[in-house]
Design a protein around this ligand. Sequence first.
Ligand SMILES: Cc1cc2nc3c(=O)[nH]c(=O)nc-3n(C[C@H](O)[C@H](O)[C@H](O)COP(=O)(O)O)c2cc1C
Length: 403
Amino acid sequence: MSQTSRKIVLGVTGSIAACKSVELARLLAGAGHDLRVIQTDAARRFVGEAALGAVSGHPVAGRLFDNTSEPVFAHIELARADLLLVAPATANTIAKMAAGMADNLLLATYLAAECPVVVCPAMNHHMWHHPAVKQNVKLLMQRGVTIIPPDAGELACGETGDGRLPEPEAIFCRIQQLLGEEIVGDLAGLRVLVTAGGTREPIDAVRFISNKSSGKMGFAIAEAACMRGAAVTLIAANCSLPRRAGIRYVDVSTAAELRAALEADVDACDVLIMAAAVSDYMVSGKQTMGKLERKSKINLQLVETGDIVSSLERNNTSGLKVGFAAEYGGDKLERARRKLRRKQLDMIVFNDISRSDIGFESDDNEITILTGDGKDVHVGKTSKAECAHRILDLVAAKGRGQG
Ligand SMILES: Cc1cc2nc3c(=O)[nH]c(=O)nc-3n(C[C@H](O)[C@H](O)[C@H](O)COP(=O)(O)O)c2cc1C
């Protein structure tokens, strides 16, 4: 529940993502805000006025010249809001906002508004990267509009790229933060420690042994946990992904550094989620600081880096532990199940690395969450953000003793 009720105007425009605006409106109204919704004519083709009206608790405003159901100066009254949020925002509406046009109620309200304005673009990735759209977005930002950029993933048109409207929960959390509201999510009060990325074991000063992990899954989990109110630390092994305020990042490179970072933080966490791909082997002996000379043959002796999870058991036994199993081959699910038992984890997230369309480096994943009680949860191919929320649903349920 929000501490202060604010007047928020939600502008919904004609994107396929308009269906998500019902959930966004529900979250905003549910937090106690006085929510008014404006729909463009195109938005009415994607989402029903009845649904938006019902969740916001007020009739949906639509037309500039409709003085039978709306005040004559509806745009001026609506503009006296504490915040104007346009989600989803089409390329068309963004262009008209940048050009200062006012040929519908939402655009007239925007021009008349003195409050903070937040715009959440949603469109096909080619549209999003079009120079005209980029320039319009830049212009709006220069004028003080906050842009919540789209997520990457599978788009409604079947293509993959950035252009997806972020999940309503994510937009809601950003809005609450902008309004200075405390976020009370289902993970509030929990300290969540996440590992992400792939470790690098040096061969010499420039070469290393590593793996294909990009860190996207771990970053998605950290972001989702932060949105849901947790205090999050993310140990990032060689990740070059965007970072967000509110998360504490600890950068590491090797398995040994990751272990040291975990040991420093594990006692102070309630939930440990290990999404990093840690090298199983490192080069034995002392590495040359320079670059190994080129020879026809070089023998490298590899030794095990050691099982970090098992060694941590000695430190922290009380917190919830979630592991990842990236498996390949025939009995992959069974191998993940054995890993869950052997490492005494509370949950293990299995993903099939024999598929190239999900997992490593991809924006999507398809996972099975094994909880050891036979109630496996399968999450079909979807964005890593959605997978992260499904994992955290189980973490939250276990935290409440329902898991
Ligand atoms: C099926 C369908 C999906 C569409 N999805 C989007 C979209 O996601 N983003 C976008 O910018 N335009 C999208 N459009 C185009 C807009 O609906 C169109 O530009 C419209 O004029 C926008 O009007 P508005 O900005 O006043 O709502 C879509 C059109 C169709 C037919």
